[in-house]
Design a protein around this ligand. Structure first.
Ligand SMILES: [Zn+2]
Length: 117
């Protein structure tokens, strides 16, 4: 049984695409799927986008910076599990650790203050 589409392409030769289940035509040529095709076309990849969420606002303090990084982390967790997502998550966690961890200078000042007490 031939499972290739019965339709001819606009260029002339027969369509080489596989038929959809229970049809003699492929997804692109099945007359019964015209509405679905139109809907998919008007959606234009919108299904792959994610809500932007609320902007955490300008960064004036460490807490503001952390709020932004945490918002980005929450968004990143929603993405498909890809190598790119893994790199994004790793870089966001690295950034959050650098924001939270006191700097070397802060630690030295604190040590000096303790020695003066
Ligand atoms: Zn076809």
């Amino acid at each position: 049984m031939d499972k290739r589409c019965k339709e001819k392409t606009k260029a002339g030769p027969r369509c080489k695409a596989w038929v959809v289940d229970g049809s003699d035509y492929c997804w692109a040529h099945d007359p019964g799927l015209a509405r679905k095709r139109a809907r998919a076309k008007s959606n234009g990849g919108r299904g792959r986008s994610y809500p932007r969420g609320e902007c955490p606002g300008d960064v004036a303090t460490i807490d503001d910076a952390l709020a932004g990084v945490n918002a980005a982390l929450r968004s990143a967790w929603e993405l498909d599990n890809t190598a790119e997502r893994g790199r994004l998550l790793a870089s966001l966690y690295d950034l959050s650790v650098r924001i939270v961890r006191p700097s070397e200078i802060e630690e030295r000042i604190a040590a000096l203050e303790r020695s003066l007490e």
